[in-house]
Design a protein around this ligand. Structure first.
Ligand code: PLP
Ligand code: ZN
Length: 395
């Protein structure tokens, strides 16, 4: 596929070349601009998941390292026929990160890298560890010590990566990876400043369009802010090749204690004021300095979208409601999109009749400590008397 790379900071352009990850001139973020493909049709595609869309994914892949990621269920709400949940928790390691990781690890493998590295709040770590193991690559994961949800940490341990813990927030871990990448060119970075990862994540848009066409709104929890851009990019590219005729409003949801992008947009600022010690129960979006903020703002503004934030209690309440009303177990960061939806419907910014897709980014099992905060009925019983409890409930 033809196209070019364009730096969001200095505007330099480069031919599409997979070993370019950040701008060689200024170190800025790169966008992968693909040339619209002619004669594309979904009906000609074969297979399922991310690589079904191979002809729309930039780059050349001598080796594809896949765990059959993608092809996640789009679940209609049981109470509102215009509301859908894209359940990314159904990916092989339980989050949408697998869509980006299959492309990034396939790139690393195709380019002959031997070592991969990623900073993570947890899900990138779990995914990177799994795909690196599958590819036979050595991996190093930089985590904020004591701040990673148990399920994610346990996955990283199981998949056998080297875990490097730093004192400080995710942003400290991220800085260390960017510095490492600048100094040690033999390591391949798996964070979302790597635009090749976003090529995989854009397939979320392709799957939504194949399932229900283009919705009115897509609501995405925003941390480092790569995913909302990636999904928008997917919709834009489908429009550019003439498969669709519009792009949905991209709506970003952040957690109140980690909302630099939502707060900047509300105040009409062009650049977020970063936060030194972000705090929220939603650890996957506990990020004060989103590396992809420019890309996210571009996606939100050019789709006529917006961003807002929700409190931790709204997030946990939404997580419970998703589980108890819809039967869907999502981790707190994912429930932020539902909390945001409820809030926006309440305030009239979204109408229930608009076709809206919520991206549920990760599985509830990722964060057992959050799950058990939801109170439930637990009764110590004499096994002989269970019938009495049920019969008295039914009275
Ligand atoms: C990574 C992640 C996010 C945030 O995605 P960004 O691309 O960093 O904005 C949200 N939810 C979950 C579960 C994640 O793993
Ligand atoms: Zn540049």
């Amino acid at each position: 596929m033809q196209g070019y790379l364009k730096c969001l900071d200095c505007g330099s352009e480069y031919p599409i070349q997979q070993d370019i990850i950040t701008c060689p001139k200024c170190g800025g973020l790169l966008e992968i601009i693909v040339e619209p493909k002619k004669d594309f049709s979904f009906s000609k595609l074969k297979g399922k998941g991310v690589w079904r869309y191979r002809e729309l994914i930039a780059g050349e892949y001598k080796h594809i390292v896949s765990l059959n990621e993608g092809n996640t269920p789009l679940i209609a709400s049981s109470t509102n026929k215009n509301l859908y949940f894209k359940f990314e928790g159904a990916n092989p390691t339980g989050s949408f990160k697998d869509r980006g990781m299959t492309v990034a690890i396939s790139s690393a493998k195709s380019l002959n890298y031997k070592v991969v590295v990623a900073a993570s709040t947890g899900n990138t770590a779990a995914s990177a560890a799994a795909y690196a193991s599958r590819a036979g690559l050595r991996s190093y994961i930089v985590l904020p010590k004591g701040k990673v949800a148990l399920g994610k940490l346990a996955q990283s341990i199981l998949y056998g990566t080297t875990i490097l813990e730093v004192d400080g927030s995710f942003d400290v871990a991220m800085n260390s990876v960017m510095k490492l990448y600048r100094e040690l060119k033999i390591v391949y970075p798996l964070n979302s400043f790597n635009p090749w990862r976003l090529e995989g994540q854009k397939t979320i848009a392709f799957e939504i369009v194949e399932d229900i066409g283009v919705p009115d709104n897509v609501i995405v929890p925003v941390g480092n802010a790569g995913n909302i851009y990636a999904i928008w990019k997917g919709f834009v590219e489908l429009m550019n090749i003439g498969v669709t005729d519009k792009v949905p409003r991209m709506i970003g949801i952040q957690a109140e204690g980690a909302a630099p992008i939502a707060k900047a947009l509300e105040k009409g600022l062009d650049k977020p004021e970063f936060i030194d010690s972000p705090e929220t129960v939603a650890s996957a979006i506990r990020i004060g300095k989103p590396v992809n903020w420019k890309k996210a703002i571009k996606a939100i503004k050019s789709s006529n979208g917006f961003a807002t934030y929700v409190s931790d209690s709204e997030i946990l309440e939404a997580q419970k409601e998703l589980a108890r009303r819809e039967g869907i177990g999502a981790e707190p960061a994912s429930a932020a999109s539902y909390a945001g939806y409820l809030k926006l419907v309440n305030s009239g910014k979204i109408d229930k009749s608009e076709k809206t897709v919520l991206i549920l980014t990760g599985h509830a099992l990722k964060d057992p400590d959050a799950m058990i905060k939801a109170e439930s009925r637990r009764i110590l019983v004499n096994p002989e008397h269970i019938n009495e409890i049920i019969l008295s409930d039914l009275k």
